[in-house]
Design a protein around this ligand. Structure first.
Ligand SMILES: Nc1ncnc2c1ncn2[C@@H]1O[C@H](COP(=O)(O)OP(=O)(O)OP(=O)(O)O)[C@@H](O)[C@H]1O
Ligand SMILES: [Zn+2]
Length: 467
């Protein structure tokens, strides 16, 4: 394939399917399609969970730059069916009916997740499907897998028959017989092969469930992503991403289900996986207890005795290549903060981003190289206004630096109406009410700046969104 192939932009990505860096060529350059596995919403997200969100946000921004913003579709799901959610609901709301308790846990966690990743400068995906809204699609896909001889029923479960798929294990390069060794045969006696995984399982009266041809039950985790990705992106799409730990079994099983249900030999053409955020050489994870939540890093003083701005956390994450491990440390954050402190404020500009930065990013998202080039440009930008514009366009492309937040989702009419109301209160010397409005807006992240109109001398108030 050459750089002049249709849709080729020179972007190269390391594809886990082939373990090589490949030239990216979209199926349809008018609609470049990417799916990233999102959070299971039962608890605060930790800074390790933030890594795929930030990494794929940079890839999303880059694709939008290369193909045009309206030619990229990014889907990141929310897993709101999971036994860990049920357990949390029972623990936190023992007096509520289970469905209500689950709804409370998932709403609380998803809202927190959105707040956290917005503070890290991440754009919202184009679609954010929730598993609970796609159960009929899952039942349909499981039915197809049964019909086609890729699944079987046993002891109230529907299981995927891994032996029915000759290419099973192609992503993780695991062979079925390797999975056999070390398998707990006694526990899994109802499975034909130990690697067979659950598509559907029956629910007891106390567990959440949906009616299905196999009784009232709930879907397994893997089928959720196969259905939600096909719904928004089709049977075969361009990029599928997530953390390294998802290669096996989650992504392997997504591929098995999707390919066998749709009769395709691929689910996505490029599979990208980010490395781990580690603490003292170990994966940061909830089960190890060695984690820091995004929320506490932003708002509490538990890590290094202070709070850390979202911009610093984001830059620190991008200073390491996405496939490498990151040791999460105070030093790393301080390094990012001192870089940011040297960079000028970003200005509005239509200018193209720096070619050096683009060259780094299109080389398998080389963000450390991009940051180095941006730093050199920031130095220039302090002296020269053309460089300031290029620097600004480049910082905006990466979503780093003191970038003004995206206000496109805000109700600006309501903000302006409240500002006008506050000005009326100030004129009437009704200061308490004026302050109340200012505080209310501040709580929404809207910061007011009072000034004077140079001609009339009248008080004017402008606002900006603080991340
Ligand atoms: N330490 C980490 N570093 C980088 N990515 C991570 C890390 N831990 C989880 N992820 C990624 O975060 C995303 C959300 O995954 P998920 O909700 O399953 O978290 P998790 O694996 O349950 O977290 P934990 O391992 O702490 O229980 C996935 O893409 C996963 O690969
Ligand atoms: Zn998934």
């Amino acid at each position: 394939m050459s750089d002049s192939a249709p849709g080729a932009t020179g972007l190269k990505l390391t594809n886990t399917l082939t373990r090589t860096k490949e030239l990216f060529q979209p199926i349809d350059p008018d609609n470049v399609r990417m799916y990233v596995c999102g959070p299971t919403v039962y608890d605060f997200a930790h800074i390790g969970n933030a890594r795929p969100v930030i990494v794929f946000d940079v890839l999303y921004r880059l694709l939008r730059h290369l193909y045009g913003a309206e030619h990229v579709t990014y889907v990141r799901n929310i897993t709101d069916v999971d036994d860990k959610i049920n357990a949390r609901a029972l623990r936190d709301y023992p007096d509520l009916p289970l469905n209500e308790a689950i709804a409370k846990v998932t709403k609380r966690t998803a809202d927190q997740f959105h707040e956290d990743v917005a503070a890290l400068g991440c754009l919202e995906p184009d679609h954010e499907p929730r598993a609970t809204a796609h159960v009929p699609g899952m039942i349909e896909m499981i039915g197809t897998l049964l019909e086609r001889g890729h699944a079987y029923e046993a002891q109230g479960e529907v299981l995927f028959d891994t032996a029915s798929m000759p290419g099973y294990g192609g992503l993780s390069k695991r062979k079925l017989d390797e999975q056999m060794a070390g398998a707990r045969i006694a526990v899994d006696a109802h499975k034909k092969n130990p690697g067979d995984f659950v598509l559907w399982k029956q629910s007891s009266a106390e567990e959440p469930g949906w009616d299905s041809p196999w009784g009232r039950g709930r879907p397994g985790w893997h089928i959720e992503c196969s259905v939600m990705s096909a719904h928004h992106l089709g049977a075969v799409f361009d990029i599928h991403g997530g953390g390294l730990d998802l290669i096996f079994p989650h992504h392997e099983n997504e591929i098995a289900q999707s390919c066998c249900a749709h009769g395709t030999d691929k689910m996505a053409n490029y599979w990208l996986h980010n490395g781990f955020v580690q603490v003292e050489g170990k994966k940061m994870s909830k089960s190890e207890g060695n984690f820091f939540t995004i929320h506490e890093l932003l708002h509490e003083e538990t890590f290094g005795g202070r709070k850390w701005p979202g911009e610093v956390l984001r830059l620190a994450m991008l200073m390491t290549h996405y496939r490498e491990p990151i040791d999460f440390s105070v030093r790393k954050l301080e390094e990012a903060e001192s870089l940011l402190a040297k960079w000028p404020d970003v200005i509005e500009t239509e200018k193209e981003p720096s070619r050096d930065v683009l060259a780094a990013l299109t080389d398998d998202l080389n963000t450390p190289g991009a940051i180095q080039a941006l730093h050199a440009l920031a130095h220039e930008a302090a002296k020269n206004s053309a460089a300031l514009e290029t620097y600004s366009a480049t910082a905006a492309l990466l979503g780093v630096g003191p970038v003004k937040a995206d206000i496109s989702g805000l109700d600006t009419g309501s903000i302006e109406a409240r500002i006008a109301e506050r000005l009326d209160h100030l004129k009437a010397k009704n200061f308490a009410e004026a302050d109340r409005i200012r505080d209310e807006l501040a709580a929404e992240g809207i910061q007011l700046k009072d000034g004077k109109d140079p001609e009339t001398g009248e008080r004017i108030t402008t606002w900006e969104l603080k991340r």
